[in-house]
Design a protein around this ligand. Structure first.
Ligand code: FAD
Length: 320
């Protein structure tokens, strides 16, 4: 019930300005965000690495509105790659194409993406392209294939959202090109013309698509997770939903997919005990570690996913 209004508000500039200046909001947001500086994020990554988990670092920010800002963010993302290399942590990166100017100019976005992928390739690091709302999907797919086919990059992977009707087709196409895929349910508010309105259908699609990925992972040539923790396998199951995790484990055991041909991914600060118990069982676990000052839309989507987070936020206000 609260999901749609909260996702709608995640784009409201007035609320962004209000919350970002508010100490309590910042404190609550920091439950889901590793800090505002790159050094904070590297510290959080070290702690997770010590607990046998890999990470993917994400500089928060989306919908960049000028070419100059998109170029600055590109430079900042390249700095993350250097920081990973210098600190020796087990991490790759996740990026959003609207950070790189996707909504202004697809060619500019493409140039910025090429710069990032070139630098990452030099450092033997993998880059995941996050999936944003449905208005961005066709352009994101186009740029992904341009990077693979025209520029020859193979250090790049994609995200599929199981709430979309189109995802069966998209998953098949991506798997035919050995794409490393992160499967998620989807974090945006999409209309019923293009997305399942009911949670049980989103969950069913999630399991079906994970099966497709695990069937590909079973083949002999399908890549294992990299020894340095940077390269993911084909199959990344990104959810905090215990039933989805159990389903993926049961299907992988039934069909004989080894643990190092799949990984579980979760968000920083969410269901930490599940993160740790999967890692203790020997499953590769990767934590998505966001950092930066532009935490507002990310924070609002996390509130939307779980009303209890909103109550925690409200009660922090009254406790302060
Ligand atoms: C690593 C990773 C990367 C992602 N990348 C993308 C992306 O590129 N594009 C995209 O659209 N979406 C992305 N998402 C978000 C995803 O689409 C979902 O919105 C989010 O994961 C919540 O769905 P769920 O699968 O955890 O299941 P749900 O059914 O929403 O949740 C299952 C259970 O997990 C716990 N939980 C879930 N969310 C929260 C929360 N915010 N706070 C506290 N507990 C919670 C609760 O116990 C809940 O009952 C990503 C998620 C992960 C884990």
């Amino acid at each position: 019930m609260l999901r749609s209004p909260l996702i709608y508000l995640s784009e409201a500039d007035w609320l962004r300005r209000l919350l970002m200046d508010w100490k309590i909001a910042r404190r609550v947001a920091l439950r889901f965000v590793a800090g505002e500086r790159l050094a904070d994020a590297i510290l959080a990554v070290r702690v997770l690495n010590e607990r046998s988990m890999n990470t993917t670092l994400n500089l928060l920010g989306e919908d960049t509105d000028t070419p100059k800002k998109a170029q600055k963010i590109t430079q900042d993302i390249i700095a993350i790659l250097d920081a990973i290399e210098e600190s020796g942590v087990r991490s790759n990166i996740s990026i959003k194409l609207t950070q790189l100017g996707l909504k202004q100019d697809e060619n500019l976005c493409s140039e910025n993406l090429v710069r990032i992928l070139t630098h990452a390739r030099r450092l033997k690091t993998f880059v995941r392209i996050d999936m944003e709302d449905s208005s961005c999907i066709d352009a994101t797919m186009r740029l992904y294939w341009r990077m693979r086919n025209e520029h020859g990059f193979n250090n790049v992977g994609m995200v599929i959202q199981s709430y979309l009707y189109r995802s069966d087709e998209d998953t098949k196409t991506l798997l035919s090109g050995d794409t490393r895929i992160r499967m998620v349910k989807g974090a945006y508010d999409e209309p019923s013309e293009i997305a399942y309105p009911k949670k049980k259908d989103v969950d069913k699609a999630f399991d079906r698509l994970v099966e497709m990925m695990l069937d590909t992972a079973r083949t002999e040539t399908s890549p294992l997770i990299g020894d340095d923790g940077k390269w993911p396998p084909i199959t990344a199951v990104a959810t905090h939903d215990q039933a989805r995790i159990d389903y993926a484990i049961a299907y992988s055991q039934k069909t004989g997919v080894p643990k190092n041909k799949m990984e579980f991914q979760m968000l920083y600060g969410i269901r930490r005990e599940t993160q740790e118990s999967l890692a203790a069982e020997g499953y590769p676990v990767r934590i998505y570690v966001p950092y930066g000052t532009e935490w507002f839309p990310y924070f609002m989507r996390r509130l939307a996913e779980r009303p209890a987070n909103l109550w925690f936020f409200v009660s922090s206000y009254f406790r302060s």
